[in-house]
Ligand binder design. Structure first.
Ligand code: ADP
Length: 351
């Protein structure tokens, strides 16, 4: 099911603060979209508005061509999966999966058939007669997904579904969610604060900050072409370094300098993996190696520039030690340009 928000705003009752401000977006049918952003930015509120468990203060919500703004969650036929599984502890796995169908008055034979099919889909068939308490966290989440899919929802909504799982299981389960979503084709909206999770499984990622959409695009575009400084800094670890244009301009040839100046470029972002070392002090940045951190195969060089700015650099050969003065440069394509408002400025290489 396609979902559209038209100028949706949200304030909670009795609270004057605007949580979501004039939000508009489209979610394509059969796609998996993640809502990503820091804690408190409005991710769950957005999900609840899609579900119909919350009503917007302003604006309209469409499922396909139907205006569902005033319809509740039941009428919208959404399926939901939460962080804490919310399974019925006294019911077996199969009864948990069948429960929504029982409530909907589906006959026993049909609901069993459907539950078995779903148990197969989420690979929980071996545990049908167990109670939730006898299952691991990952298995419980599989049951919760099967239950949410039982009534063939118009859309599947997942709020931090993997937060209670340990790191290794999270990785496996996120791939499972992607597989299940692809096999069923159900339009899915997935809330997370974990960038790796969002980038690895989504067709599109919506980055939110303080109730505003910062960027809504394919995962690679978020990393390669961030629309603003917030997105550039939110994605990637170690964080992208940002430099004042004035601090770097001496390293540019005059034509590039003029072009950047004419487009009002104020900040330049360079990702840690985009630097290459140059000999002497002829690079774009030169500083003292403050720290070399080696964790497994990851090597991070922490460089301290003359102006005290710290720059993290990865993916370089380490032929220096802490305290050495080292110089680095980058190429034009690896530089992200932003204006004084922090918005991306597009500069063509050969303009
Ligand atoms: P996220 O999911 O991104 O962490 P939420 O959507 O849960 O963010 O919350 C966004 C903002 O709305 C937060 O500042 C939160 O305190 C506020 N908020 C959430 N629920 C309520 C509520 N029921 N009443 C008032 N404010 C709320």
């Amino acid at each position: 099911m396609k979902v559209r928000f038209e100028n949706v705003s949200m304030k909670y009752d009795g609270n004057d603060r605007t949580i979501l401000d004039d939000m508009s977006f489209d979610i394509q049918d059969h796609s998996l979209v993640s809502i990503l952003g820091p804690s408190g930015c409005g991710k769950s509120t957005t999900l609840m508005l899609i579900s119909g468990l919350l009503m917007p203060t302003d604006g309209k919500i469409f499922f396909g061509d139907t205006d569902v703004t005033k319809k509740d969650a039941n009428a919208r036929k959404v399926g939901m999966v939460f962080q804490n599984y919310a399974l019925y502890p006294h019911l077996s796995v199969i009864d948990n999966i069948m429960f929504p169908l029982k409530m909907a008055g589906v006959n026993k034979k049909k609901r069993k058939e459907r539950a078995l099919e779903l148990a197969e889909l989420v690979q929980i068939s071996e545990h049908l007669n167990k109670k939730p308490g006898q299952l691991s966290g990952g298995q419980q989440q599989r049951v919760a997904i099967a239950r949410a899919l039982s009534k063939e929802p118009s859309i599947l909504l997942m709020d931090e579904p993997l937060s209670n799982l340990d790191a290794k299981l999270r990785k496996g389960m996120r791939e499972e969610i992607r597989r299940i979503q692809k096999e069923t084709g159900v339009t899915t909206v997935f809330v997370t604060h974990d960038q790796e999770e969002a980038l690895s499984i989504s067709d599109k990622v919506m980055v939110l900050n303080e109730g505003l959409i910062q960027q809504h695009s394919g995962p690679q575009a978020l990393y390669d072409r961030p629309d603003n400084i917030f997105v550039a800094q939110f994605l990637g670890s170690p964080e992208i370094s940002t430099f004042d244009f004035d601090d770097l301009k001496a390293g540019f040839d005059s034509s590039l300098r003029d072009r950047l100046q004419s487009k009002d470029v104020k900040l330049i972002g360079i990702r840690p993996e985009s630097f290459t070392q140059v000999y002497g002090e002829s690079g774009l940045i030169t500083g003292v190696v403050d720290r070399i951190e080696i964790v497994g195969k990851e090597r991070t060089v922490r460089l301290k520039l003359d102006n005290e700015q710290i720059v993290d650099i990865t993916d370089v050969d380490i032929n220096f030690t802490e305290g050495d003065k080292v110089s680095f440069t980058t190429n034009f394509d690896a530089m992200h340009f932003f204006d004084g408002y922090g918005n991306r400025v597009v500069i063509k290489d050969a303009e």
